[in-house]
Design a protein around this ligand. Structure first.
Ligand SMILES: NC(=O)c1ccc[n+]([C@@H]2O[C@H](COP(=O)([O-])OP(=O)(O)OC[C@H]3O[C@@H](n4cnc5c(N)ncnc54)[C@H](OP(=O)(O)O)[C@@H]3O)[C@@H](O)[C@H]2O)c1
Length: 257
């Protein structure tokens, strides 16, 4: 039995994507629109959102900064005024700077914690009361396999993504009994401007369109933990459960760091 409602028919569904101007969010917006959903696109760069929405039906643009709680409230109210309800909120806003332990600065820590973790908490706070009142709909947190186990370069980023997986579990326990779905997405490597900063060969690299398709497949199956590509994520899940002595050895060997 699936842990969440199986989201298969997108016709007429109202989906709010935060972090939709580029990368995975932009590809997901297009895939959802093609399947009949009404899609609201949010992000900081209005021009990027309009570029995604150009020539598409059933798409609307709402620029916002996800690290500002009032922006969540403003856009939520505007969407409720035009749609009447919100069926799914997908929180993709994210930032990544590869960092080793000796490169950490308070500014980098604050920036990544703000956008990767705090912004999702603000999104939860802004949307849960409405989803509970509707007795339906769902929240999608976009974490990362970098949150499954410590990895060099993933300082701060990995910690925020581990926290998102934890947050999703707790939200599920609270919200599932109220009929609200909670989904956590854990992608491997996807070709976007975030991974363009990596200077190593990324295993099992996929395109944003492939990532969007994998997310839709996971939602259609009602999965709680939507991870992909499986050829990479299954091996990583196994490695993350090894005894630490073995895991640390393997992590050094595989990354060369
Ligand atoms: N690419 C990967 O391999 C990979 C792997 C695992 C997880 N992820 C996660 O997937 C999500 C999408 O990342 P991506 O790879 O598609 O990167 P991306 O192309 O850089 O997309 C990130 C999106 O977040 C938006 N954003 C950033 N800060 C924001 C803020 N403060 N408020 C509102 N929107 C904000 C960006 O738009 P603006 O800059 O215009 O605001 C952009 O549309 C992230 O959470 C990332 O951590 C990515």
């Amino acid at each position: 039995m699936s842990l969440n409602p199986k989201l298969r028919d997108w016709h007429g569904q109202r989906v709010w994507l935060v972090g939709a101007g580029h990368g995975i969010g932009a590809a997901l917006a297009q895939a959802l629109q093609q399947q009949g959903a009404h899609v609201a696109l949010s992000g900081r760069t209005e021009a990027a959102l309009h570029a995604v929405a150009a020539g598409q039906e059933r798409m609307q643009v709402h620029a916002m900064d996800a690290t500002v709680p009032e922006d969540w409230q403003r856009v939520r109210d505007s969407l409720l005024a035009s749609w009447g309800r919100i069926d799914l909120v997908v929180m993709l806003a994210g930032d990544y700077t590869p960092l080793r332990a000796w490169e950490l600065t308070p500014e980098a820590a604050q920036r990544m914690v703000n956008v990767n973790l705090l912004a999702s908490l603000y999104g939860v706070a802004a949307n849960v009361p409405q989803l509970m009142a509707q007795q339906g709909g769902g929240l999608v947190l976009v974490a990362s396999v970098a949150g499954w186990a410590g990895m060099s370069n993933g300082l701060v980023y990995g910690a925020t993504k581990a926290a998102l997986n934890h947050l999703a579990q707790t939200l599920y326990l609270d919200l599932h009994p109220h009929g609200v779905g909670v989904y956590v997405v854990n992608p491997g490597f996807v070709t976007t401007r975030l991974t363009a900063q990596n200077d190593f060969a990324m295993p099992a690299l996929i395109s944003p369109q492939q990532a969007a398709d994998a997310i839709l497949r996971g939602l259609a199956r009602g999965e709680f933990d939507i991870h992909f590509p499986k050829r990479f994520t299954r091996a990583l899940k196994l490695a993350a459960h090894l005894p630490y002595r073995l895991y640390f050895w393997l992590a050094h060997k595989v990354t060369g760091l």
